[in-house]
Design a protein around this ligand. Structure first.
Ligand code: GLN
Length: 301
């Protein structure tokens, strides 16, 4: 028996829909492309081809995994971010499109000294030293190292397993100069790197309250690392540490940029404001119009 590819993918889509997978049709195609090692354009050209039995079986094995709500990226092992390919696994958060928005804002600041077209600060004009705090897969720091001229990037994370993945991703993307530090927040950044102050500290820390994590999709709740998601009871634990410690690790006039949950803008701005160390504290939205980023400058005084 054999089946036309189109038919096979339609059956796969139906099975994923029945399992409650959000983007069933997209994932059914992606899994076929992954199995054959082809891209989406090649799939369109082969749409009418017939597939032999053994290959149909291999395809439905992949569909069954995805139907069990294993994230697509844990099956294929990769995620695109800022046009680059990142290896992912269950030790790192899968890079999100929302986070690309923050990287684009950082690149704009470095290239043009503006934030969404408005004059902001010129302290990043030569790229300078950048810290990706809580780097996970390294998506933020490695994208900046690759796309911003003159940026000297350090990636840090509490998880040695996440750092292993981040190092592989730096190699995969040809970023030889990125440095990696295993550190619980700023703890290990004080000693050996003690004199180093950064022009930009950028971070997507864990920010979800545990009560909310329980209600997330099974792909996130059951497969992504809790340490990358759990921001403590009110979700703000890591912003408290950042507000308190980031000033010691930023150059005067340096920029702090953090990703936030959609309902955390006011709380995070207030935490930064209360230290009395930051100025130009602003919130920015993601592509869906939700509050997603807070940016601030370390005051020069
Ligand atoms: N944005 C991620 C999500 O919604 C969470 C990322 C985080 O906690 N830093 O799943």
């Amino acid at each position: 028996m054999s089946l036309p590819i189109k038919e096979l993918i339609n059956i796969g889509t139906k099975q994923l829909e029945d399992a409650g997978v959000a983007d069933a049709a997209i994932d059914a195609r992606e899994l076929y492309c992954y199995m054959q090692g082809i891209d989406r354009t090649a799939l369109v050209l082969r749409w009418q081809d017939e597939l032999q039995d053994n290959q149909c079986e291999a395809y439905f094995d992949l569909i069954a995994k995805r139907a069990a709500r294993v994230p697509l990226q844990h099956i294929t092992g990769t995620q695109e971010f800022m046009g680059l390919t990142f290896e992912v696994n269950d030790k790192v958060l899968i890079p999100r499109q929302d986070t690309e928005t923050m990287v684009e804002d950082a690149l704009e600041l470095m290239e043009k000294r503006t934030l969404r077209g408005q004059e902001y600060t010129d302290s990043l004009k030569k790229g300078g030293d950048v810290l990706d705090l809580c780097c996970g897969s390294g998506a933020i720091g490695i994208s900046i190292a690759k796309l911003a001229k003159g940026a000297r990037v350090t990636c840090s994370d509490i998880s040695s397993e996440a750092l292993e993945t981040a190092k592989k991703n730096a190699a995969l993307n040809g970023c030889k100069s990125v440095k990696f530090v295993e550190s619980d927040m700023f703890d290990a950044l004080g000693g050996r790197l003690g004199n180093k102050k950064f022009n930009l500290i950028i971070s997507n820390p864990p920010y979800i309250p545990p009560s909310v994590i329980q209600g997330l999709e099974p792909e996130v709740r059951d497969h992504e690392p809790m340490t990358a998601l759990d921001g403590g009871e009110d979700g703000l634990d890591f912003y408290r540490i950042i507000a308190e410690k980031a000033p010691e690790h930023l150059k005067k006039g340096g920029v702090l940029m953090v990703e936030i949950g959609f309902d955390q803008k006011d709380a995070v701005k207030e935490l930064l404001q209360d230290t009395g160390r930051f100025e130009k504290i602003v919130g920015l939205k993601d592509l869906a119009g939700k509050d997603r980023i807070v940016v601030a400058v370390l005051a020069k005084k």
